[in-house]
Each structure stands twice: as C-alpha cells, then as structure tokens.
Ligand binder design. Structure first.
Ligand SMILES: Cc1cc2nc3c(=O)[nH]c(=O)nc-3n(C[C@H](O)[C@H](O)[C@H](O)COP(=O)(O)O)c2cc1C
Length: 130
C-alpha cells in the first residue's frame, strides 16, 4: 500500500491515535449562540465514522468579547460544557480523539456580532471587524 504509514497508530505525548490523519480546526459557523448544535455533532460524527484519527474542534471562543460571533462554538461559560461534552463523547465513541483549538480574536473579533466592544491585549485598532 502506498500510504501505509498514514494508517499506522501514532502517539502525541499520552494521546494515542488510531492513525495519523488529522482534521484541522475549522470555524463552521454552525453553533447557535455559542452552543454546539445537532448539525455540528452530525458533521464531526461523519468524519469520526470515516476513521479520522484526530479531530481539532474550533476555533472555540474563550471569551464573548473575543469571539467570532454567535455561530462560533464557545467555551466562555460553564453553560456550554454539556453540549461540548455530548459532541466529544460522540466522537470518542467512534474511536477518534479530540483536541480543542482555543480562540481569542482580540481586536479582530466581530464587535457588531458580539454586541459589545471587542477586547484585546494591545490597543491597536482594527478596521476589519469593528
Ligand atoms: C471554512 C474554514 C474554516 C476554517 N477555520 C479555521 C479555524 O477556525 N482555525 C484554524 O486554525 N484554521 C481554520 N481553517 C483552516 C483549516 O484548518 C486548514 O488549515 C486549511 O483549510 C487547510 O488548507 P486547505 O483548505 O488549503 O486544504 C479553516 C478553513 C476553512 C476552509
């Protein structure tokens, strides 16, 4: 087989993967007010069932004032944990592993979508999304 290495198990630290395929983070715009939706679960489950080794969920907003808006998955509050747990357990049940890509857009956050001024570590104004 040409790509035999790709399907071999692999370990990243303590994370044992069933193969070396990784699905990178993609903001899918399918969350509702930051909550995981059935559409998102179905999307990731399709990939897990197809035997992807590792799925990177995200970007996941860590603060309302640094997020990409309500359609981005959020973990900025404990209220988001049950939905995220359901998603991760569904993926795990199919044998894939999960990593979270934490996301804070700083001055590039969408103030108009958030409904509040975005917050950043620097005072550099961004005209992109403000
Ligand atoms: C719709 C879409 C959303 C994406 N969102 C993210 C993201 O949230 N975080 C990130 O690091 N990369 C993001 N990416 C980049 C992908 O993770 C990946 O690196 C890229 O799509 C791979 O390159 P390719 O599309 O040329 O194959 C996104 C890509 C797409 C197409």
């Amino acid at each position: 087989m040409k790509f035999f290495k790709l399907l071999e198990p692999f370990k990243i630290g303590n994370l044992q993967l069933r193969n070396r395929t990784v699905m990178p983070a993609m903001h899918l715009g399918a969350a509702e007010n930051g909550y995981v939706t059935e559409q998102l679960i179905e999307f990731y489950l399709t990939r897990a069932t197809a035997r992807v080794g590792l799925i990177i969920i995200g970007g996941i907003g860590v603060s309302k004032r640094g997020t990409g808006g309500p359609t981005m998955v959020s973990l900025s509050d404990d209220k988001f944990i049950p939905g995220m747990r359901k998603l991760v357990e569904a993926i795990h049940n199919e044998g894939a592993k999960v990593i979270a890509q934490l996301y804070h857009a700083g001055g590039y956050a969408f103030s108009k979508l958030i409904g509040e001024q975005s917050i950043s570590s620097s005072a550099v104004y961004s005209r992109f999304y403000s």
